[in-house]
Structures are given as C-alpha cells and as structure tokens.
Design a protein. Structure first.
Length: 303
C-alpha cells in the first residue's frame, strides 16, 4: 500500500509544472514576513540587539585577529630557533650534513668549522696558545618549535654526534604560548556562541508571543511549517549579519595597529589575515544568529 501511494505521488509530481515564478513569490513573501517581524520588534529593541551583537562579534574578531598575529610571531621565533649539533673528531662533514638534512622537519643546516669558532673565541677572550679543543658544529633549523625535541632525539642517536644543544626554555615557552592562545580561542568562541544564542533566543521569543494568534491561524489553515519558521530564522540571521557588518570598523582599526607592530619587528603577517577574520565573523554571526532562532522555535513554537 505504501509503495502504491509513493508511486502515485511521484506520478502526480511529474505532471505538476515547475513554476519558478511561484517559488520567487513565496521567497519574496517570506522575506517580507521577516521584515514585518523586524518592524514589529521595534526600532529601539532592534538597535539594542544589533549594538550588542556588534560588541560581541567585535570582541571575537579582535581576539581572532590578535591570535593570528601571536601565531605569526611564534612561527617567526621558531624559524630562528637553532639546534647546535657538535660532531666528533674526524667526522665526514658532508656525510653528516646530508644525513641530518634527511631528517623530517629540518629546513636548513649551517656548518661552523671548529677553526672559525676557535678564532672567534680567541678574539673575545685572552686564551693561551693551545691546540683547538672545539668541535665542528652544525646549526640546524627546524620548521616548528613543537618539532625541536623530536629532531634532537633523532640527531642524538647518530654515532658521530658528540652532543646536541638548543634553547629548550625558549622552545617550551613558544609551545606554551601557542597552546594557551588556542585554548583561549575555543573558550572565546564558546562564550560568543552562548551570548549570541541567548540574545537571539529571547528576541525571537518576544516575536513568537506577539504573533501567537496569527501563527495559530496559519497552522489551522495548513500553512507549511517552514513558511512559519523561515522568517524567524531570517530575523536571527539578520541580527548576526548587521552585527558583523558594523564590527568591521573597529576590527580594521585593530588590524592597522597590529600591522604597524609587524612592520616594526619585520615579522610577516598571516596572508589575508583581515579577510579571513571578516569572513569568519560573518559566518559566526549569521550561523549563531540563525541558530538562536532555531533553538527558540524548537522550544517555544510547536511547528
């Protein structure tokens, strides 16, 4: 029986004309309903909500942009972080260099011959005329501070390596800073989401209560559930969009100051940092705005 009904529906659906103009009129009607809901909410309430959303999204955007800058500085510090590899006497330098270059995450190797180190040391200190006790040294650069310890472990296992040394404290501090910033970013996103959903939830609840009788009549008339829901979702998304749009101004000002700091320290900024932040803020505002409406609809509107 169910299969028979399904075939009948599919057969009827094939003969129903696909009226694109009708779909456009329905969409226009839904947008108009959303605009009427915005007007019904009141100008002052709308201004307060958009201002609050702007403040919330500005905090998120500024923090996100600052996080990108901190990551750039940490990455640049990681690039100049070098591991000093001290070789045993009579080691084949070319062989050692090629073998260490083959280790994952090694980006550059610089040879410091023991005679150069000895001559430099004698210039700085008044040393007696003795034979050179220093070893040949390889300065190894690694792509990320998080990979320093792993590379050092691999290098120490090589038979011709006497010792390995690097600024362990600096590497640990860089890793700690990156971890703290990443965790704070998660916390900030969670707080932004909770605040946004709460604000939109309360707003849409007021709209639902003011249109309670109208919604009940539409339900009795057999109006589609999405026809009732969609304008409310649009209203929540609109608040998020407007908040994100206005927040571009303070975010751009912060971006300019951060670029000044980057230029002062000759640290390159993340490519397309501002564009990435703006796109993310718009997505967060719209998604959380519509999400707040959806949660309110599911909770207070049985359609």
């Amino acid at each position: 029986m169910n299969n028979s009904n399904m075939r009948i529906r599919q057969s009827v659906k094939k003969h129903v004309p696909n009226d694109k103009l009708c779909e456009v009129r329905i969409l226009y009607r839904l947008v108009k309903e959303a605009i009427n809901d915005l007007k019904g909410t009141g100008l002052l309430v709308n201004i307060v909500i958009i201002t609050t959303m702007t403040a919330i999204l500005t905090i998120f955007g500024v923090f996100f942009r600052s996080t990108l800058s901190i990551s750039s500085f940490a990455k640049e510090l990681g690039k100049v972080l070098e591991v000093s590899v001290y070789l045993k006497n009579d080691t084949n330098i070319d062989y050692a260099t090629k073998q260490i270059e083959g280790i994952d995450h090694v980006t550059k190797i610089t040879l410091i011959p023991k005679q150069v180190s000895w001559d430099s040391l004698k210039k700085e200190l008044d040393l007696p005329d003795i034979s050179n006790p220093l070893p040949d040294t390889l300065h190894v650069r690694i792509d990320k501070p998080t990979n320093v310890e792993g590379v050092c472990d691999s290098v120490r296992k090589l038979s011709y390596v006497e010792d390995v040394n690097y600024a362990k404290d600096l590497a640990e501090k860089i890793n700690t800073a990156n971890n703290i910033v990443s965790r704070l970013m998660v916390v900030v996103v969670a707080i932004i989401g909770i605040l946004t959903v709460t604000i939109i939830n309360n707003t849409i609840l007021l709209v639902i209560q003011s249109r309670k009788d109208e919604i009940e009549i539409m339900r009795l008339m057999g109006v589609s559930n999405w026809y009732i829901r969609f304008p409310l979702l649009l209203q929540g998304a609109y608040y998020g969009f407007m908040g994100a749009l206005i927040s571009i101004i303070p975010m751009y000002m912060v971006h300019k100051h951060l670029m000044t700091v980057h230029n002062f320290f000759f640290v390159p900024s993340t490519d397309y940092a501002l564009n990435l932040v703006i796109i993310t803020v718009f997505l967060v505002g719209i998604v959380f705005g519509a999400g707040g409406s959806f949660i309110c609809i599911k909770k207070h509107l049985q359609v």
